[in-house]
Write a protein that binds this ligand. Structure first.
Ligand code: NAD
Length: 498
């Protein structure tokens, strides 16, 4: 690893400035803006990527002026910026580029002021919809009414994008009334993660893996996104959604697409998204006994006294899942016969997102002393400790004949590339892509609809059957049924490791 590090160019210096822009953040005083968007923009500013004449304009219902908003932004950076003490001179300079307009997405208040601010600018205009989804359509309509939906404007739309196929189609149709598809950036922040892009680099930048990347050599693939947190203060919202809508339909589906898609001809937005769409359309319906849903129980040893799921959402009869595990198949030449197992949940044993490719066993063992089963396992960790591990089989050191053991070839990116390799958060990377006009890491309208078209019958199926989620212990890795599903197939889940 050290030789790789020594040979590395200075990665942090490779910041490519973007063209001047005005970014309006609708919902600029909200939780997402304070935790992710604004601190992320400050890090881009420090990295030297924000032009001096760029402006960030908060636009929200809160009644405040630009000075009040700047104070809020400074607080957000102190709390969520991930810096011990933000350099004061830089912070002051950044705040000078920040403005605020009190606005009502559904009324007239504030729109004339925003229009005045945006008038006559020849900069790139981006409008980030960081508000409740019910307001997405109103904002699009208002932007057009007030003359801000010109052909150069871009809109960034947060999740959730609909709650089923019908609502997603309706939202796509509304947005399409005012904006072209090339102006719409549907954000899925999982696509902005460094390792997710590395997944494409590993697959399509190396000769090593692609020839083996098919049902002939891959036994199965697992995707796990585990959280330790419960629903927290979002109980009411979450209970209307559940793990399938909140995580599988978007984040896990996107990871599945990237791991399973055919090589696109070019790394360009439509070439990549065409291939992802083909994966979603090739997904088989999921059989009822391949869907396991769970709800977390209270952890009785938990000193902090976290409630169980139903108490947390305030509904003792809730049938919404906080955990789901399912098995699916992709019906195409590459993958027919290789199952994909997806699993995600709250209050699990560790916070960990990992994609694991489990290769088949060697067809024949030539080593008489070795009775073990050996499989190469490639695991791609999205968080924490982003990196890639390849399990290889070698001879156990020392005497005793040719006994074999499996050892990991570990490439943790922070070790391999050095601590000074810049860590760019998903949101900051994606916002800069919006400014650059690069839609590769954003979902296209037909992709989102195809994902719902696969998801809807699964949800309708369990609703029609009246299925009730099984309980699992907080701090465990899900319901016993999820483990049984794997055991029936002669396989096992990867341990959820921090
Ligand atoms: P929030 O409730 O914390 O903030 C909402 C913002 O919208 C506030 O700034 C508020 O002033 C503004 N607002 C409300 N009504 C308005 C109106 N009529 N006109 C103008 N502004 C109005 O919400 P949030 O958690 O920041 O979420 C924003 C969006 O991002 C939602 O779509 C959410 O689903 C999505 N999202 C949030 C998170 C997160 O971690 N918070 C993660 C992923 C996606």
């Amino acid at each position: 690893m050290s030789s790789l590090h020594e040979g590395m160019p200075n990665i942090a210096s490779r910041v490519i400035p973007v063209d001047p822009f005005d970014l309006v953040i609708f919902g600029g005083t909200g939780d997402l803006a304070r935790r992710k968007i604004l601190p992320g923009l400050f890090r881009r500013f420090i990295a030297g990527q924000m032009p001096a004449n760029a402006r960030i304009i908060g636009a929200a219902r809160s009644d405040m002026d630009s000075a009040g908003f700047r104070a809020m932004v400074a607080e957000a950076i102190a709390e969520f910026g991930g810096m011990e003490s933000p350099p004061q001179a830089k912070l002051d300079a950044f705040l000078k580029q920040i403005h605020y307009v009190a606005i009502d997405a559904r009324g007239e208040a504030g729109w004339a002021e925003l229009q005045e601010l945006m008038k006559g600018t020849d900069k790139i205009e981006a409008y980030y919809f960081s508000v409740a989804p019910a307001l997405f359509g109103d904002l699009a309509e208002r932007l057009q009414q007030w003359g801000m939906a010109d052909k150069q404007a871009r809109i960034v739309v947060e999740k959730p994008f609909g709650r089923d196929l019908e609502t997603a189609q309706a939202l796509n149709a509304t947005l399409a009334t005012y904006f072209d598809e090339r102006q719409i950036y549907r954000i899925d922040h999982y696509l902005g993660k460094e390792t997710v892009q590395n997944l494409m680099a590993v697959r399509f930048g190396n000769m090593l893996f692609e020839p083996l990347w098919n049902a002939q050599y891959v036994d199965h693939i697992q995707i796990t996104v585990a959280e330790t947190v419960g629903v927290g203060g979002r109980g009411e919202y979450y209970d209307k959604s559940g793990a399938m809508r909140d995580m599988v339909q978007n984040h896990l589906m996107q990871l599945l697409c990237l791991i399973a898609m055919e090589p696109p001809a070019r790394f360009d937005p439509n070439a990549v998204r065409d291939e992802k769409l083909k994966v979603i359309r090739a997904l088989d319906p999921v059989l009822p006994h391949h869907i396991i849903r769970g709800q977390y129980d209270a952890d009785h040893d938990d000193a902090e006294g976290h409630p169980n799921y139903r108490d947390a959402v305030g509904d003792p009869r809730s049938k919404t899942e906080s955990f789901i595990a399912l098995k699916t198949q992709i019906s195409n030449w590459r993958w027919s016969g290789t199952p994909f197992y997806l699993r995600t949940g709250k209050r699990m044993s560790a916070r960990s997102s990992e994609i694991t490719v489990v290769f088949k066993e060697t067809p024949h063992s030539i080593f008489a002393e070795d009775a073990g089963q050996h499989r190469n396992v490639l695991s791609i960790r999205l968080q924490p400790n982003e990196g890639i591990t390849l399990g290889v089989t070698i001879k156990e050191p020392g005497p005793g004949g040719m006994r074999l053991i499996d050892v990991p070839l570990d490439m943790t990116f922070s070790e391999a590339l050095g601590e000074d390799a810049e860590q760019v958060d998903a949101y900051e990377r994606l916002i800069m892509d919006v400014i650059r006009g690069n839609q590769t890491l954003f979902m296209r309208g037909d992709e989102v609809e195809a994902a719902w078209a696969w998801t809807d019958p699964i949800i309708q199926g369990w609703e029609a059957r009246g299925d009730v989620p099984k309980f699992y212990d907080s701090g465990s890795d899900g319901t016993t049924e999820a483990f049984e599903m794997m055991r029936r197939d002669g396989r096992e889940w990867r341990k959820v490791a921090p």
